[in-house]
Design a binder for this molecule. Structure first.
Ligand SMILES: [Zn+2]
Length: 353
């Protein structure tokens, strides 16, 4: 039996924010080309599955009805700019976004029903910046937050972990689960001062959610060594104490050093190592149950290889990918080390660090 489900439909190419927009259909084309070229889909270890379209009720798990209607109406009237930034929609974006939510929902159902051990929803548009009543940062509906809410309501889980390794803070995912301990949100990201404006170290949750939001903001241009240290010294011990019932990963590849949008300097190997750590924790605590949902990643030369390497890792198949990030300045490294120290001190009021 195949171990890994890859959720994808060519319909994901129908959302077109414009020919010069970085969140382009070319991203998924590059990923599918590499999956096909590498032969990964013929190994018998992973199955490519077309997801269903999410219902309006599915969208309402997280989003306000007025906002859903707004997006629908905007697309029906030809599209355009949906926020004050650069979240642009085309006539078929609403429909495409429903399939993106469907991809994330079906991925968690497959894993919960043990049809597959793990799953990767290769969706677009991405989701982690989209809040209950707003679009932001190329995101229309919050795919991973809807999937997590489905796990709370339909499967009655009490400990859902979301690890967000996109280069940007998942402001909306944090906001949606800020006051609950049923979802632990851990995000590693670049300095969020300019965008999205949230994700600082003192944002730690509130009410029942106090201690269940963990933010790790890095200075620009940090590299693998510091990132992996934060994973080792902060992320892993907190996950070991939380003992998640399932691990969801907001998987954005825009931390890569070649990414034209974000400003970290990570290598593909760093992504693979971090992701392997999550797979190991999933084996240890939740029977391997892990779902990855694609977020950002705009380097067309690397996104295909990185996604393929992740699928291979999930399915337990060999895929060679060698990559080395450029060196980082001593100053940036010192700054990052200090951030790690400070986070450990703040989070040690909630976790044994
Ligand atoms: Zn991003």
């Amino acid at each position: 039996m195949a171990k890994t489900a890859v959720l994808y439909t060519p319909k994901y190419l129908n959302h077109n924010p414009g020919s010069h927009h970085p969140e382009s259909p070319k991203r998924l084309k590059a990923i599918m080309e590499e999956l096909n070229r590498s032969g990964l889909l013929e190994t018998g270890k992973c199955s490519l599955i077309e997801p269903r379209r999410a219902s309006i009720d599915d969208l309402k798990l997280v989003h306000e009805p007025d906002y859903i209607h707004l997006v629908e109406g905007y697309c029906a009237s030809g599209g355009g700019l949906l926020d004050l930034g650069d979240t642009t929609v085309s006539p078929r974006s609403f429909e495409t976004a429903r399939f993106a939510v469907g991809g994330a929902l079906e991925a968690v159902s497959f894993v919960m029903n043990e049809r597959f051990e793990n799953a990767f929803a290769l969706v677009r548009p991405p989701g982690h910046h989209a809040g209950p009543y707003y679009a932001m940062g190329f995101c229309l509906f919050n795919n991973i937050a809807i999937a997590a809410t489905h796990l709370l309501t339909e499967y009655r889980l009490d400990r859902v972990l979301i690890v967000d390794i996109d280069a940007h803070h998942g402001n909306a995912t944090q906001e949606i689960f800020y006051d609950t301990n049923r979802v632990l949100y851990i995000s590693l990201h670049q300095d969020p001062t300019g965008f999205p404006g949230t994700g600082f170290i003192d944002e730690v949750g509130k009410d029942s959610g106090l201690g269940y939001t963990v933010n790790i903001p890095f200075p620009f241009r940090i590299n693998d060594q510091v990132y992996l240290k934060a994973v080792d010294k902060i992320v892993v011990p907190i996950i070991q104490q939380y003992k998640p019932q399932i691990i969801l990963v907001s998987l954005g590849f825009d931390g890569h050093y070649t990414d034209p949008v974000a400003s970290l300097s990570l290598s593909a190997s760093c992504y693979l190592e971090t992701f392997s750590t999550m797979l190991n924790l999933a084996s240890r605590f939740c029977n391997g149950k892990l779902v990855a949902v694609l977020e950002g990643g705009y380097s067309l030369n690397y996104i295909g290889k990185m996604a393929a390497a992740i699928v291979a890792k999930m399915a337990g198949v060999t895929y060679a990918l060698q990559d080395k990030a450029p060196a980082v300045s001593a100053k940036v490294r010192r700054q990052a080390e200090n951030v790690i120290k400070e986070i450990r001190s703040i989070q040690s009021s909630f976790w044994n660090l």
